[in-house]
Write a protein that binds this ligand. Structure first.
Ligand SMILES: NC(=O)c1ccc[n+]([C@@H]2O[C@H](COP(=O)([O-])OP(=O)(O)OC[C@H]3O[C@@H](n4cnc5c(N)ncnc54)[C@H](O)[C@@H]3O)[C@@H](O)[C@H]2O)c1
Ligand SMILES: [Zn+2]
Ligand SMILES: [Zn+2]
Length: 309
């Protein structure tokens, strides 16, 4: 079938909206008619050319929500008509990572996906017979896409697609960092640097964990306003004095948990320096990666942990 898609032709150039061919789903695959898709900073990072693992031409987009239109042979977990979100990190529920409670970075189709292919090593996207690779296994900046069955998650039909698509990456990355990686404790003080979708997810996670104070720092007043609606208790516009301002707001101690969600190395440093010296955890988003790294300082030890976003 012919679909319209926004194709990354060349790094650093605007995406080109055009018609491309999408082949039918093969065994174990589903064709999803996309309804909504978020724009994650990682899409921009890859489009810029800074991502060493990036490739072009490709169809970007990995925060998709849509309706399953057709399925290939053997598909049992979804059926035509189901509303789903796209999963750049699939869930086979069988591999060592899926069975671990320390990570969910499924290994089942990783090698092919990282190179822009579906599990059988080919693409369903093409143009004039030339294959176009699938970005993050999802390629959701198009009218439809084909994904492996393990890379779609069913969501309730009543969920608004433009909201539920945010669960495909940014919101869950932040929520997961707060709840499962940092394991924020009730009554603690948290600081979130950057309140795009990942940061807002961290705010929501801190709130769900029962944090008493959630300090948010961003360059945009509009984003800070959204953060307050998500539960931020203190907000201010970031800059070189951000660490001092967090220290001032915490009686000189720093926050128990800090989250960096800007992708900016200087801000990662601020997030570490704004963490309480006594026993704090600092988490940072990795641009373009699918993991969140945390450093935990304890009076007598220092550990690092990695988990999925
Ligand atoms: N680890 C993962 O799984 C994962 C998943 C998604 C995104 N990411 C990465 O997380 C980062 C955030 O992604 P996003 O989609 O939320 O991005 P975004 O662009 O929507 O949000 C970033 C926010 O940071 C703010 N910001 C920029 N410079 C700042 C500064 N100096 N001080 C304070 N705030 C500043 C911006 O105003 C913006 O609101 C990106 O680097 C992205 O690549 C990682
Ligand atoms: Zn993302
Ligand atoms: Zn798996």
């Amino acid at each position: 079938m012919r679909i319209r898609a926004a194709v990354l032709e060349e790094f650093g150039q605007p995406l080109a909206v055009q018609e491309v061919d999408l082949a039918e789903p093969k065994a174990g695959e589903a064709l999803v008619r996309l309804v909504a898709c978020g724009v994650c900073h990682t899409d921009l990072y890859t489009a810029s050319g800074a991502d060493p693992s990036g490739y072009a031409p490709t169809v970007l987009g990995h925060e998709g929500a849509g309706i399953v239109e057709r399925v290939g042979p053997g598909v049992t977990s979804v059926a035509p008509g189901d509303q789903v979100v796209t999963l750049f990190s699939p869930q086979c529920r069988e591999c060592v990572h899926c069975l671990s409670d320390r990570t969910n970075l499924c290994l089942a189709i990783r090698e092919q996906q990282n190179q822009g292919f579906l599990p059988d090593g080919t693409t369903r996207l093409s143009r004039d017979g030339e294959p176009i690779r699938h970005f993050m296994g999802t390629s959701a900046f198009g009218e439809a896409t084909v994904l492996p069955e393990i890379a779609v998650a069913r969501v309730p039909a009543s969920a608004p697609p433009d909201v539920v698509c945010t669960l495909a990456c940014g919101a869950t990355t932040g929520i997961g960092a707060a709840l499962y990686v940092a394991k924020v404790e009730p009554r603690s003080t948290c600081a979130v640097f950057g309140t795009g979708l990942v940061g807002l997810g961290a705010v929501a996670g801190c709130r769900l964990a029962g944090a008493e104070r959630i300090i948010c720092i961003d360059l945009s007043e509009r984003r800070l306003e959204i953060a307050r609606a998500q539960g931020a208790t203190d907000t201010f516009v970031g800059g070189e004095d951000a660490v001092e301002r967090v220290l001032e707001l915490t009686d000189g101690f720093g926050a128990d948990y800090t989250f960096e969600a800007t992708g900016n190395v200087a801000v990662m440093r601020q997030a570490v320096e704004a963490a309480a010296r006594r026993a704090a955890t600092a988490c940072r988003s990795s641009p373009g990666s699918t993991s969140t790294a945390c450093s935990t300082s304890r009076p007598s030890s220092r550990t690092t942990a990695r988990s999925t976003g």
